[in-house]
Design a protein around this ligand. Structure first.
Ligand code: SF4
Length: 373
């Protein structure tokens, strides 16, 4: 089954740490962009079965409900969308009202993913986010009132000035709301991020590595105790509420991305659309190609990716399945280099599967480097 990803590159303000493909909201540009997206979806139509749609951004909740409805309809007309398909919209807490949420629900959205990042106002202010902790809690309550029974909340750890205690305060606040899914990422501050200057001016620092390890492990321990099940390095869910769309990225799945900068992977080919919003619109409206960076994945590329993404999952790598698909004995080929990680308690190997332990997830990059030859 295909997943369909729709990129919405508009935000009300640009956060000081963000390096996603996005720009400032402009009503005219949004209108022209949605027209182009509809056109790209329709011209790609081939009736293939699809079971997820994901509106990511940027800030997809800046779309009007009728635009979301038109885009979902275009997907339905162009692909064989399964009954019960998971249809997610990423939303920023400050953008929603009871009316917009009801509109999104009526349009067909059945999963909301809120970018909360923190339940502490001082941390949100340092990240230049537009919402407050109480606005996030209100947005969550509004979504429940509008009938959403599948809501994910994102948090970020390792924020400037954040202590382990501060982090756990956010985790506890999240648990108290009771979302169906949670994502917990570590903030990465890229080299030219305005946040770097703000940190220098404010003399803010980030917690030492040992504290980050404690944040990660204790945050997830609290999620365990609250009945959530971690299923991927950064994701935990109530049983049955894992993100079906995101699982496609981690399980060798196939997806089509629409919109500027969107990535697609299908039939062992990967490509990326033009990043610039204006160039993307012009190309689609001129019936020109939007795909750039097209790459045919070799058997070795696919194997490497299956190993990387498989290890991100708590279920780990199913070694007989990898052998059946890629004709490789993973332990035979990499076992000698992996053994030290098993001995130090970072990796579990039982002859049939290979899994990272929670402590091992903190060293995922180092462990996965073994697979790069
Ligand atoms: S709202 Fe999200 S996509 Fe937009 S600037 Fe902030 S972090 Fe980036």
């Amino acid at each position: 089954m295909l997943g369909l990803y729709l990129h919405i590159p508009f935000c009300s303000a640009i956060c000081n740490y963000c390096n996603f493909n996005r720009g400032l909201f402009d009503a005219d540009l949004k209108h022209r962009y949605v027209e182009a997206l509809l056109r790209e979806i329709r011209r790609t139509a081939d009736g293939s079965p699809a079971d997820t749609i994901y509106f990511g951004g940027g800030t997809p909740s800046l779309l009007d409900a009728h635009e979301v409805a038109a885009l979902i309809d275009a997907c339905r007309q162009s692909f064989a969308l399964t009954p019960g398909a998971e249809i997610t919209l990423e939303a920023n807490p400050e953008t929603v009202t009871p009316q917009t949420l009801e509109g999104f629900r009526a349009a067909g959205i059945n999963r909301l993913s809120y970018g909360v990042q923190s339940f502490r106002d001082d941390e949100l202010a340092r990240l230049s986010r537009l919402h407050s902790a109480s606005r996030a809690a209100d947005a969550f309550a509004m979504a429940r009132a509008a009938g959403f029974d599948n809501i994910s909340l994102d948090l970020m750890m390792w924020l400037p000035q954040q202590t382990v205690r501060d982090w756990l305060e956010s985790v506890d606040a999240l648990i108290a709301l009771g979302p169906d899914h949670a994502s917990m990422y570590m903030l990465e501050i890229y080299p030219n991020a305005p946040l770097r200057d703000a940190m220098a001016r404010g003399r803010w620092s980030v917690a030492p590595d040992d504290d980050v390890a404690e944040m990660y492990v204790s945050g997830l321990d609290r999620m365990d105790n609250a009945g959530y099940v971690q299923y991927e390095i950064s994701n935990a869910a109530r049983p049955g509420r894992e993100s079906r769309h995101n699982l496609k990225y981690w399980t060798d799945g196939e997806w089509l991305g629409f919109g500027c900068g969107a990535h697609s992977t299908r039939d062992a080919v990967r490509w990326k659309n033009l990043s610039s919003t204006e160039e993307y619109i012009a190309a689609v409206q001129g019936d020109g190609p939007v795909a750039t960076e097209r790459r045919v994945l070799t058997a070795e590329d696919r194997l490497e990716e299956a190993l990387f993404t498989g290890l991100r999952l708590n279920a780990g790598l199913d070694l007989p399945a990898v052998k059946g698909r890629y004709a490789i004995d993973v332990w035979g080929r990499f076992g000698e280099e992996l053994e030290p990680f098993v001995e130090r308690g970072f990796l579990l190997y039982d002859g049939r599967s290979l899994k990272l332990t929670r402590a091992g997830m903190l060293l995922a990059h180092e462990i996965m480097a073994v697979f790069i030859r």
